[in-house]
Design a protein around this ligand. Sequence first.
Ligand code: HDE
Length: 791
Amino acid sequence: MAKRKNNGGAVDGAGSVLSTVAGPAAPPHPTRLGPPNPIAGQLLEKVTGDETLAAEMPFNSTKPLEYGEAAYTPHKGETHTPPTPIATASTCTETVASEKVGDGQPDIGDNAINRPLDRVRVDDTGRELTTNQGVPVADNQNSLKAGLRGPTLMEDFILREKLTHFDHERIPERAVHARGSAAHGYFESYEDLRAITRAAPFAAAGKRTPVFVRFSTVAGERGSADTVRDVRGFAVKFYTDDGNWDLVGNNIPVFFIQDAMKFPDLVHAVKPEPHHAMPQASSAHDTFWDFASLSPEIAHMLMWQTSDRAIPRSYRMMQGFGVHTFRLVNDKGASLFCKFHWTPMAGTHSLVWDEAVRIAGADPDYHRRDLWEAIDSGQFPEWELGLQLFTEEQAAQFPFDILDPTKIVPEELVPVRPVGKMVLDRNPDNFFAETEQAAFCAAQVVPGIDFTNDPLLQGRLHSYIDTQITRLGGPNFHEIPINTPVAQIHNNQREGFHRQQINRGRVNYEPNSLAGGCPFQAGARGFVSVPEPSQGNEVRGKPELFADHYSQARLFWVSQSAVEQRHIIDAFRFELTRVQTPAVRSRVLALLLNIDERLAGAVADGLGMVLPPPLPLSSDNPPHDYQPSPALSLFARPGALGVRTRRVAWMVGQGAEGGQVRKLYAALLDAGAVPRLISARIGPLATSDDAPLDVEISFETGPSVLWDGVIVADSPVFVGDAQALEFLRLQYQHDKPILALGNGAELLKAAKIPRKPDPGVIVAESADAEAALASFKEMLARHRVYARERA
Ligand code: HDE
């Protein structure tokens, strides 16, 4: 409390203290404001406190630091501690307590809105139903009517509130990346990286930073299928001590275009065609390939997009990339260029195309379900964060421009340095409130991380906030609980739709003296941009090196295994067969010729077309000849998950060996796999012993494509079952491991599974079941038996 001189109960200027306008020329010093009351006492204290604060800043002492040389060193704002907390309050009544306004002891300098999400979790257990105003609802079955058969009354505010809320339940979906799924988790730094960056998550070995991660497809609408051929979004929101850092990346390290100016054209071309709104979630149509073949900078991206990277087995089994070159900056202001890589501990694994198409029908939520189930069963997905760090001098020697987002930095040129791991260990409570309302933004970085002049990134810095203003209904979307940082928010931004914060005090501007200068600018502790010199004539164009469109596309192609190359050829054939305009197809072939003749020839063959001349190059510079990069093959990262989370269908028929099934089932479960008994119908199934088996899922509900492998139990009577045969044929066709025990081999025969050496088709007598299961597990852990495809 401020000490005031006792001037004998003076009332001079008391009227001014009690008024909100005008006052005496000199500070008023009354010591009482009429009959004593506690609030008036605080009012006196506040007015005196205000005067003290204002007097402490006779002028703006930091103004000269905004100019010239001094401006290069950010300065801390001038600040003074209020002589009494009430000096900076909005009202002297802030100590009046109630159940609504709080305990009357405001937490000065603390914003409750940043507290953990528990502050907004709602639980209805044991509660009555109420309206949105908290009024208990007596009857939730009937609207209010004039008599049982009478008209509904306008007066029914309960019905009207319920319908009005329902009418407005939808918000616009994301313009791209509409379909997605997310989870909470943490990032843990392996080491203290402060020599390289002052970014808070890397400040100490073992330091954990909470994250929220959303995976997505790009082109499809919110209800589209998960397994379509597409790039996957990989957006990570780090809730750091210094505010939110969003690393909004993809599962493919390059992009379609080089300049933000082309993004709306790209997205218009790939989205459903505007006249009939088809096709959904697919690039296999004329407008996409028309645009693509007229934009040869897309060549490298097309190679990734037609590869199996675009049909991942699981969100848990794909890499993530920051795509652009960023900068990491330490506390001395020294910076390095940086590319971000997420590597899944589960390895990189994909579906095969026919499987992906069928899953889209069998379980459109395939990836969403997979992520949810893995986390809810305690099999937390993990990724390692790796950095490619390089200097300006190194970058100048590269045969490509590091500002070009259609280029990678090959790992052979700059190795990836592992610096931490990310673990997703908690599913959201509510999809809409968290996943749908999460607002990622490429411009959200924290001290220690900075942008480069990549012209695609520069455009993104604008676009994300802008899109949220429409999608989330105004400028206060950062106050939606999932988006609030764990760091405190203090600034002078105010008002706008759906404002949540109730800012204390009358000061909403800076500089100020009446709030002791608060919130004051952080100076060097705050975000400081790397002082990169920037000079040049204004121009709309790109650097010459950006014109090499094919060297890295070829690098990708030559780095793929034979199976991967064949899948790429098949994907081009599929996409272009769906295209209806031969001239567009021909232009794509002309583009492919600049990547590889065999690739172009094989695609042309599938289309029954002759090869046109290659597209003219965009530059006279000779292409760069890269050595193959083994790291670019999906097979370079088998992962360390073994059979954990792998789904195994266990086909059982009447009279199966119940005891053996139970024993092996338990063994597989103990290894972390997810086996389920499958048959024509669910429920009890008679076995060779007394205890019936309980079938868990039927062939209709769990078709072949939803399983990573199949075991056919030793059962006498399922031979000839059409569903079982179809199931097995598809398991084989999709390169999945098959184990048949005892009489189960008959089913393989009936399904015409080829009888030739195949490490993924294991046939064993019941007596050898345990050894056979071990071989099966080994094949299951390897994901697919791609060798089968060469046959
Ligand atoms: Fe995005 N992008 N993008 N993008 N992007 C959006 O923001 C945009 C780009 C990426 O899970 C939108 O909130 C422009 C590259 C992901 O919520 C939008 C340009 C990369 C997500 C937008 C790009 C991405 C988005 C749509 C070129 C990989 C989903 C809704 C200049 C590095 C985030 C939204 C989530 C979402 C604009 C290019 C990744 C419209 C203008 C390159 C993962 O603002």
